[in-house]
Ligand binder design. Structure first.
Ligand code: OAD
Length: 231
């Protein structure tokens, strides 16, 4: 492990865009085609569970057809040589498939199932259907293990600790529209970290970063990793 710098990387949908997964808020993004209140809230699920299961089943099936891109691979290379943790808002598994090991999914994972009754979590395998039973409590309130609007993200305490101890905090491909992920840069800056934003465009939180790099993640992230590793 080279150097003693602790690096925390927040990723958002933009890092997976070049793999072929839609972002949410870009003009052709997921929220231009679906109403988030219908497919990404507990109320939406109560109103129409079939619609919500179909939405996530389609995303799970699309995920199986794509691969990690150069940005995911570069972060895995960084982790193999420096103290690096990825905090991701993404529910895909492209960081893991690229080789990253230290990944915290704050919005859950598409590959997971969650019992809405007892809270048991397990690997979904394939599609989740409304009649599926929880293996523990046997009830039929099985849902995708993704965090919906109005729900508490995962790992928040661990993420706060990591950010408070970071020497470098980088945000890659996130619009900064969603809390609490969008406040991490402020905490990192308060704790004295160097903060860098990687995005195609300026965002509503760009001003909070000490540095911003513009371009596709698949190009600008590998270049940055090379710099950090001294190539
Ligand atoms: P957004 O869709 O809000 O933002 C994606 C960001 O990625 C935008 O700022 C784009 O400019 C940028 N971007 C797109 N393509 C890029 C590329 N090739 N390289 C670099 N940047 C690129 O996605 P998130 O910020 O991840 O939550 O959204 C946060 C949360 O809102 C998601 O986790 C999801 C969503 O609703 C839930 O569903 C709970």
């Amino acid at each position: 492990m080279r150097g003693a710098r602790r690096i925390v990387i927040l990723t958002g949908a933009g890092i997976s865009a070049e793999s072929g997964i839609s972002t949410f808020r870009d003009p052709d993004g997921v929220w231009s085609r679906y109403d988030l209140n219908e497919v990404a809230t507990p109320d939406g699920f109560r109103r129409n569970p079939e619609l919500v299961q179909a939405f996530y089943n389609a995303r799970r099936s699309a995920l199986r057809k794509v691969e990690p891109n150069a940005a995911h691979l570069a972060l895995a290379r960084l982790e193999s040589q420096m103290d690096t943790c990825i905090v991701t808002q993404n529910v895909d598994d492209l960081h893991e498939r690229a080789g990253s090991r230290d990944v915290l999914h704050m919005h859950g994972e598409l590959s997971g199932a969650l019992c809405g009754n007892c809270g048991h979590r397990w690997p979904a395998g394939g599609d989740i259907s409304c009649g599926d039973k929880c293996p523990v409590c046997k009830c039929c309130r099985v849902r995708p293990d993704v965090v919906w609007f109005g729900e508490m993200p995962y790992h928040t305490q661990r993420i706060d600790e990591l950010v408070a101890a970071a020497d470098i905090f980088a945000a890659i491909g996130t619009s900064g529209e969603v809390s609490p992920a969008n406040s991490l840069v402020f905490d990192a800056a308060d704790a004295g970290a160097r903060t860098i934003e990687f995005n195609l465009v300026e965002t509503i939180i760009t001003h909070a970063f000490s540095e911003a790099r513009r371009g596709p993640a698949g190009e600008i992230v590998p270049r940055w990793v090379d710099e950090l590793l001294g190539y």
